[in-house]
Write a protein that binds this ligand. Sequence first.
Ligand code: BEZ
Length: 246
Amino acid sequence: MAQTWDPEAYARNGAFVHGMAGGVLEWLAAQPGERILDLGCGDGQLSARIAATGAKVTGVDASPQMVATARARGVSADEASAESLPYPDQSFDAVFSNAVLHWVRDQDAMLAEVHRVLEPGGRFVAEMGGHGNIAAIRIALSAVLARWDLAGDSNYYPTPDEYAQRLRRHGFEVREIALIPRPTPLAEKGMAGWLRTFRVGALESLPEAARESVIEQTVVLLAPVLRDGNGNWTADYVRLRLIAIA
Ligand code: BEZ
């Protein structure tokens, strides 16, 4: 299911995406002067943080709205799909990606491209949804959408073994790969805000009159497991974090 992005809703309800990226940025350990590609740069928040280390950062994203937002932040960003990158071979010392790879439909085409644009010995440092990611949210939303004959989340959340094998098939040496449970407190609008921000594709495939009801029913199903006694929501995120060498 195609995903569309609203940069304003993303800034309001998705601030945790860059706010909780400290771990993967540490794994990247960007150095001054390094050429780094931020694959799926979104609104450019993390590209700007990486550039502040003195690295030369290029962002790339498939969403024209996100590319425009990243450029407005001063990030050099290109609009392109991860499966077909617009850069010559060996253009980068490192490819970085946060919270994006699980959206990519053709993982093999994407990994072939990442390998192609890296210098030999260059590193691919990424964090994505891993096995079991947002399991409760997926089940609840699928159950509600089934009433409209629609499928839920078709994102890809692999185990470390599965993804390590895939990386090796593309010529990478896997240095680190780990599954990291990361319960994520949601902003003020809670699960309804999350669904409106991250499940736009599913909601837009419903008749407009049904959208609020789908959100409400999903929220009701999830409240007993993801909302605490004070009304605060926590999403059941699980991350897969990796370093692989080309
Ligand atoms: C994630 O980062 O794991 C994610 C975010 C939104 C929708 C699905 C997955």
